[in-house]
Design a protein. Sequence first.
Length: 295
Amino acid sequence: MWESIWEEGTNMTYINSSESLVLQDVSIDRILENGQIVPRLQQLDFALAPGEWVNLAGVNGSGKSSLARLLAGLTIEGVRGTWSRGFAGNRPSPYIMQHPDAQLFAETPREEVRFALEWRRLEPDMIMQLTEEILAFTGLTAIGDTPWEHLSGGQRQLAAVAAASAGESPLIVFDEATSMLDEQSMQLVYRLARKLNERGTAVVWVTQRLQEIEASSRVAALTEGQIVFDGTGHAFLYGADDETGLTPCQACGLRLPYLSALALELGRLGKLQPPYPETPEEWEAVLQGIVAVPV
Ligand SMILES: Nc1ncnc2c1ncn2[C@@H]1O[C@H](COP(=O)(O)OP(=O)(O)OP(=O)(O)O)[C@@H](O)[C@H]1O
């Protein structure tokens, strides 16, 4: 059963807006049907700074959602360890899940945003003004009054993020929020999350789509409930372990995104030198160079 840390109040120190959110020595056990106890999270230490973006990666069952939920201020029965919410405040942070419908309360995007703003106990005029600003910011003005049944999954997910942003939370957690969306909707939701991050909102982005990880952004990767990598996207995809020769991404059991695998293979063939290309422009320059090489 999930319950919120702030209601429970145990193990938790309260709030300083400039301090990191910190989990220390956090573990959760899982009891299998045969009675065996296996770790769900193992002695995990993790810190998130105000305004930071962190990608959580790992294979299915590695503990990404468990960690994400703890970071959002939701606890799990049996969780041990200590944590301090720091900048994230004493209330649970918005938690955007795969299925938008599970988190929508109203009938339309405009109502959803207004509903979220009403929790802030603002004056009615201010609620109206902010509703329109948020709809404009999230690109939902034109469909603000369209009922959910006439909107796509991507549009409903955008509305869920819009409502989440209405609370001006210092942290929003996205748990594979784009995994059920088509490419275009996925891009829109991702860009909206980036826009919120640029405005200062810290973002925890749980993902299996490694191609959405930016080279310079932070990646924390989990295996069997432990953080086995914490570094840049670039090091995650291209760094090599001396003993195995695997990249951290491969060592976690994840498949490299196609372009990263291509870059490594071109490097192995001696046709490409690190640093490997990241952006479409860099790739274009590289491919032009390769085509120019006589066979
Ligand atoms: N409510 C629960 N009760 C007991 N065990 C759970 C519960 N939720 C998840 N688990 C177990 O905890 C472990 C970590 O699960 P978690 O959902 O955190 O991983 P994940 O990396 O997010 O996986 P996925 O990508 O499949 O969502 C898994 O072994 C999972 O079966």
